[in-house]
Design a protein around this ligand. Structure first.
Ligand code: AKB
Length: 305
């Protein structure tokens, strides 16, 4: 992992991966369909990931050996146009896989999500291999993606690795269109002394993770010896779980004021089909995963960012 291409590089994860890899002195080429308006301290090319020939040329020209394919429409936004969501989430993955086969790139990271589970999945503490019956188009694309990487890894001897990320909390690079975005919205409202209208009910429990742990876990997975990995689709990964009510309490405990009105909307139904907790015993035993930040530290760090 020396010369890395990041797609969807201006998104929540991309911006943080760039910083992490630059600190390790690795070569990073960032691409995104959006225009880059700030200094991201690496080479940037504005392009659509579905433009296969253009991405393939970039890969060849820059001697890329690893791809972090981060392009995705998230859960809430995906419901606005499921067809578009499928096209972006799945066609882009297929495009990247074709490019990998053509250019003999074996190392790929592709984020999956807790959205792959569903109401038959033992949501109290979901194991690695439960029944998977996602009900959002985002979850369906993530499950299809998991099956595709398993298939292509085998068929073309690729080494695409993946994590089922919980909600990721990052205050410098914000997500957009996710069901777990309420955490960052409530923290921002507290910092700006604004009232917050929460789109989930106060007792909705969901797994979350601080961005630092999200980046570290991907790096650790990508650095692990292949022989240690027993999961060929996507690893469950866990840090802590929280409800909007507990988040509000944490904000108050940290000395901030916040007035929250709970007004669940369509995103409540998505959240109800997601796990409360995730069991990540496989990630722990296979490649030594352990989250560094607990709930209290993650919220304190985000409030003081
Ligand atoms: C979302 O809320 O859609 C994402 C996710 C959990 O995958 N943050």
């Amino acid at each position: 992992m020396n010369r890395i291409l990041i797609t969807g590089a201006l998104g929540q994860l991309g911006v943080e991966f760039i910083k992490y890899f630059k600190n390790l002195n690795l070569f990073v080429l960032a691409t995104d369909i959006r225009e880059c308006k700030k200094d991201i301290s690496c080479e940037f090319i504005q392009c659509d990931v579905l433009e296969k020939n253009k991405i393939s040329d970039l890969v060849k020209k820059n001697k890329i050996d690893t791809i972090f394919h981060l392009v995705a429409t998230l859960s809430a936004k995906g419901e606005e146009d499921p067809f578009k969501s499928w096209k972006l989430n799945i066609d882009s993955l297929q495009t990247i896989i074709k490019i990998c086969i053509k250019n003999k790139i074996k190392n790929v990271f592709w984020p999956s999500s807790i959205a792959v589970f569903g109401t038959d999945s033992e949501l109290e503490n979901v194991p690695q291999n439960p029944v998977l019956n996602p009900s959002s188009i985002y979850g369906i694309t993530k499950l299809a993606g998991e099956k595709l990487i398993e298939y292509y890894n085998q068929k073309f001897s690729l080494d695409i690795r993946s994590l089922r990320y919980p909600g990721i909390i990052s205050m410098s690079s914000k997500p957009g269109g996710g069901t777990t975005d309420y955490v960052m919205e409530m923290i921002d409202s507290a910092k700006n002394k604004k009232k917050y209208r929460c789109f989930l009910s106060k007792k909705t429990e969901l797994p979350m993770m601080l961005i630092d742990d999200a980046i570290q876990s991907a790096y650790q997975l990508m650095s692990a010896k292949k022989s240690c990995l027993s999961v060929s689709s996507s690893y469950n990964i866990s840090s802590f779980s929280i409800t909007p009510e507990i988040l509000k309490k944490q904000i108050l405990l940290n000395g901030f004021e916040i007035d929250v009105e709970f007004r669940p909307d369509f995103r409540q139904q998505i959240a109800n089909s997601w796990p409360k907790k995730i069991s990540d015993t496989k990630a722990k035993s296979d490649w030594g995963w352990k989250a560094k930040y607990n709930m209290e530290e993650s919220i304190r760090k985000s409030l003081n960012f």
